[in-house]
Design a protein around this ligand. Structure first.
Ligand code: SF4
Length: 347
């Protein structure tokens, strides 16, 4: 069952409170490259990114926040470290959410200034705890950045905001260690009702990063924990969005088509890999919630894919089209994918 959290709003996107799990990613072009960042943000949106984050290391980047707000549709999160002035300036530039750790901006008056400005604009704050930058006192208390230490750090930051009656909070607890990440979120989930931004940080390059993120994010979502997700990859940001969308789809929480294909074996007489990739490509962006099976043989294919809404099973130079396990007709191999698509359109 999904953990029930309070809801916060990032522009038009709801996080928590039972809202669908949203997908985030982060721009990675230099701040001065306004056009490059805008093109990247639009590409992320097209791939299904619900919320776009941008680093704000200096005043120049505040101009980028304003440009993104003017020319992109997705809500923009300003990612800030230490400098509360940059948070205030980003808010004035239209940021829809601020990522900052209140304990790191120095002094209650600064925390109050950011909390008041966010409240005034209805903008939430994400507290982003990272195992690599845990407070000294907590490292001394726990000996290392344990999951318990990370959860305690997040609650300490949250208390600073709560002291100024600010509760529009999202929390993330990231570690590059998958097991620690899962444990930390599980602890925190039982200690507060704030929505959680879930991800495995510094997960690695595309292949390993997707594996780590799928395990970490997947384990949490299966336990009902997680309201917005970010897959963190050393790759183009659009790959993060694709991976996040695939994770949600694999858990039955995404929109669009789910392609099921068999691993092939000695019975396969068609180029199934090419067909499966082509079906996947053509269904990218498809909004229909449909399960499509692409199976290697007619002996086991329709039966194995009985749960699918529609599918094909390879024969010798042809494929059988079937719908919910019932055979529809035979199609020549070179027409099979086209005919499958026509049947999907008819569903
Ligand atoms: Fe082999 Fe047919 Fe099963 Fe695919 S569906 S793995 S080709 S038996």
């Amino acid at each position: 069952m999904r953990r029930l959290s309070r809801v916060v709003h990032v522009g038009p996107v709801a996080i928590g409170g039972g809202a669908r799990v949203s997908v985030q990613s982060m721009l990675n072009k230099p701040s001065r490259d306004i056009e490059g960042n805008i093109a990247q943000a639009l590409e992320l949106e097209r791939a299904g990114c619900d919320i776009v984050r941008v680093a704000v290391p200096d005043g120049e980047a505040v101009g980028l926040v304003a440009a993104l707000k003017e020319r992109c549709g997705a809500p923009i999160v300003a990612d800030i470290h230490f400098d509360y002035q940059l948070a205030l300036e980003s808010l004035a530039a239209g940021a829809d959410k601020i990522r900052i750790n209140p304990g790191n901006i120095g002094g209650r008056d600064r925390v109050k200034a950011v909390a008041d400005a966010c409240r005034g604009r209805g903008v939430p704050i994400r507290i982003g705890v990272n195992s690599g930058s845990l407070e000294k006192e907590l490292l001394e208390k726990y000996g290392s950045p344990t999951p318990e230490a990370m959860a305690e750090s997040a609650l300490n930051h949250a208390r600073l905001l709560e002291a100024f009656d600010f509760h529009d909070i999202v929390i993330s607890l990231k570690s590059s260690d998958v097991a620690n990440t899962v444990r930390a979120y599980a602890i925190l989930a039982g200690q507060c009702d704030y929505p959680l931004h879930v991800g495995v940080t510094e997960a690695g390059t595309q292949r390993m990063g997707v594996v780590k993120s799928s395990i970490g994010i997947g384990a949490l979502l299966l336990r009902g924990i997680g309201d917005t997700i970010r897959v963190s990859l050393t790759a183009e940001p659009v790959e993060e969005v694709r991976a996040a969308r695939d994770i949600l789809r694999a858990l039955g929480q995404g929109s669009g088509a789910d392609v099921v294909s068999c691993p092939t074996c000695g019975r396969t007489k068609i180029d199934l890999a090419a067909m499966a990739h082509e079906v996947e490509r053509r269904l990218e962006g498809c909004e229909k919630r449909v399960t499509v099976a692409v199976m290697g043989c007619a002996v086991n294919g329709p039966g194995e894919a009985r749960e699918a809404d529609i599918g094909l099973a390879g024969g010798d130079g042809c494929a059988l089209l079937f719908r919910r396990g019932e055979v529809l007709r035979k199609a020549p191999e070179d027409r099979a994918v086209d005919e499958l698509m026509e049947e999907i359109d008819r569903l």
